[in-house]
Design a protein around this ligand. Structure first.
Ligand code: NAD
Length: 334
């Protein structure tokens, strides 16, 4: 039998997690929740997902021609595990509901580490999530950083990491926030929260980060600087990154985030998703025991395969992290 998964909060992350779960052969979506019968709900309905909503919205869904299968509480009762993809800070309020129902729960990076007590990144700490009831899948930026820091630390030993993050201001569907013509140091007081967040997964890494918001919606761009404990060449670093299935080297004329997204479109990726870190191998430059590189991170999709692996670990469907990663990648079509 497949693990029964519910997605609470069918937005940017939730709709992608639902489709990714549905693509696996050891888990299935038993329902998704929407608060309003909007266009996203209509597509979910068309895809055949059972829609659950607050009892007070049942009439509105009925009127819109997409009758709900029940309330969010009822959805939670039917699931083995709920992936909470509600906006940051909202997920926290759902904890008592999950506890009452006795279901396992995953939260996203917008929630605090303490809510789940375990912050997850598949390549870094899959085994630690085995059988756990509560897990937090870290944010897009933290996921992108853990994927490069963990394997370098394993092979070369990381002494110190410094990162400057140019963050997309908003997701492409967001018409409310900006900036549209400014670069915003965010936060001005340094360091940014991204460094400490990496430490929620990799506690022994020394890392500091600075971040800014820039007027773009497509991807984040990281300038990563790592000081390592072993002499190495750019080729050594490339070899380590090249061994990672969730790192993709970009080149062949790709010189920007715009071209990466176009490439994802050309590959026929769902919603032009780029699940892998995109590293420019040409940017990898070694100076003494320190190296630099650029990587682009598709904020809307990078955490999606991580959520699938977190489910597999928590439900104990696979005890080996490397095998889960491979299985997830294959089912998604990496
Ligand atoms: P979103 O706003 O796109 O989607 C949230 C969805 O939850 C919306 O459909 C909203 O209607 C619904 N919702 C709101 N309150 C609800 C409630 N009480 N019950 C059920 N549904 C409710 O948000 P998102 O960008 O998908 O972010 C979700 C989480 O993922 C956050 O923790 C965020 O920090 C994290 N995250 C976001 C990104 C990103 O770049 N978008 C990347 C990684 C992680």
């Amino acid at each position: 039998v497949k693990a029964k998964i519910a997605v609470n909060g069918y937005g940017t992350i939730g709709k992608r997690v639902a489709d990714a779960v549905q693509a696996q052969d050891d888990m299935e979506i038993i329902g998704i929740s929407k608060t309003k019968p909007n266009y996203e709900a209509a597509v979910a309905h068309q895809k055949g997902y059972d829609i659950y909503a607050p009892a007070s919205s049942a009439g509105a869904f009925e009127k819109a021609g997409m009758p709900i299968a029940g309330t969010i509480e009822e959805m939670v009762e039917k699931a083995d595990l709920v992936v909470d993809c509600t906006p940051g800070g909202v997920g926290e309020e759902n904890k008592p509901m999950y506890e009452r129902a006795g279901v396992k729960a995953i939260w996203q990076g917008g929630e605090e580490h303490e809510l789940a007590g375990f912050s997850f990144n598949a390549v870094s700490n899959y085994e630690g999530a085995l059988g756990r009831d509560l897990v937090r899948v870290v944010s897009c930026n933290t996921t992108g950083l853990c994927r490069v820091i963990y394997p370098i630390d394993k092979e070369l030993g990381v002494n110190k990491v410094r990162v400057t993050l140019a963050r997309r201001a908003v997701d492409p569907n967001d018409i409310k926030k900006g900036p549209i013509n400014a670069i915003v140091p965010d936060p001005i007081k340094l360091p940014s929260h991204h460094g400490p967040d990496v430490k929620s997964v990799l506690p022994n890494i020394s890392i500091t980060t600075a971040a800014m918001k820039i007027p773009t919606t497509l991807m984040h761009l990281h300038t990563v600087n790592m000081e390592v404990n072993t002499d190495c060449t750019a080729e050594d670093v490339k070899k380590i990154f090249g061994s990672q299935s969730r790192i993709r080297f970009v080149g062949q004329g790709i010189g920007s985030t715009a071209e990466i997204i176009e490439f994802a479109r050309d590959m026929g990726r769902p919603r032009n998703d780029m699940w892998e870190n995109c590293i420019w191998p040409e940017s990898i430059t070694v100076h003494e025991r320190e190296f630099y590189f650029f990587q682009a991170i598709h904020q809307e999709s990078i955490v999606v395969p991580e959520n699938v692996d977190a489910i597999r670990a928590m439900m104990e469907l696979e005890s080996d992290g490397a095998k889960s990663i491979q299985k997830t990648n294959k089912a998604l079509g990496f």
